[in-house]
Design a protein around this ligand. Structure first.
Ligand SMILES: [Zn+2]
Ligand SMILES: [Zn+2]
Length: 271
């Protein structure tokens, strides 16, 4: 399994000099398992992944499963800029919950006039939509487990159980609710790699950010230690956290748990 990070920022893109080492693009992670391609979220990092796929698959079909955790901007904003969606014979299978709205409708509205100059009809790739709820499903050679996280309008976490190892993508989750706290630890149990929401510093969270749907690095450390996951990847960095701040967070977190790093654009993990 190869995991590659294309967008690691939360809330809004931050393409500023002081952020460029970790990166300014919003949520998008690529997972390759053999020849199979899985994508988690379609923030602005999704655009750069599309460029790379365009170069790799010249004259060949791009086929991918795309998992969308929820519909906040930082998880869907790259969608209209993902070139492989405009080209035949590419094929994309989208998986997400339609509890609040269907993804198809979200895409139509996102590209409707006067918000975007090109209509959804221009997207020539085949698109299929699958509704997910909490549970387990077999897909290709793996099992995908989903769980609801604690976030305004909901957010879904994903666990891939594969022959190469277990990958968990759990972003946009606020601690403090006993059921959700248990859900996320169960989802992460024994994972080889846990990608987890570490948007805030603990002090920031306490000082006025409760109820906004996000976690902080200290809770990320709690989750990795209590779930028995092996490696923690801090993810969904706050727009106000520059490279120096994230370096400091990693240093502090590693005083509690050794196998921790912060997600950065272009970073790859091989299992
Ligand atoms: Zn987000
Ligand atoms: Zn969100």
């Amino acid at each position: 399994m190869r995991i590659k990070f294309w967008g690691v920022r939360g809330s809004t893109p931050t393409p500023h000099l002081e952020n460029l080492r970790y990166g300014g693009n919003t949520s998008c992670v690529e997972v390759r398992l053999g020849d199979n391609l899985y994508i988690f979220d379609c923030g602005t990092g999704f655009r750069a992944l599309g460029q790379q796929l365009g170069q790799e698959f010249v004259g060949r079909e791009v086929f991918a499963h795309v998992f969308v955790s929820h519909f906040h901007w930082d998880h869907i904003q790259g969608f209209p800029f993902f070139r492989p969606l405009y080209e035949r014979p590419n094929r994309f299978l989208f998986h997400c919950s339609s509890r609040t709205r269907s993804l198809q409708r979200v895409m139509e509205e996102q590209m409707a006039s006067p918000f975007f100059p090109v209509g959804l009809v221009e997207m020539q790739a085949q698109r299929e939509f699958y509704d997910l709820d909490e549970g387990r499903l077999s897909l290709d050679d793996m099992v995908v487990q989903t769980a609801w996280l604690n976030h305004p309008q909901g957010c879904m976490g994903f666990r891939l159980e594969t022959k190469d190892g277990v990958f968990v993508y759990a972003t946009d989750n606020e601690p403090g609710d006993p059921i959700f706290d248990q859900n996320v630890r169960k989802l992460a149990a024994g994972a080889d790699v846990l990608v987890y929401d570490a948007q805030y510093l603990p002090g920031e969270y306490e000082a006025g950010r409760r109820g906004w749907g996000h976690s902080h690095w200290r809770e990320a450390v709690n989750v990795v230690m209590e779930s028995g996951a092996k490696e923690l990847v801090l993810y969904h960095h706050d727009p106000a956290h520059d490279d120096a701040c994230i370096d400091k967070v990693v240093k502090e977190a590693s005083n509690y748990y050794a196998r921790v790093r912060a997600a950065s654009e272009g970073m790859e993990i091989v299992l």
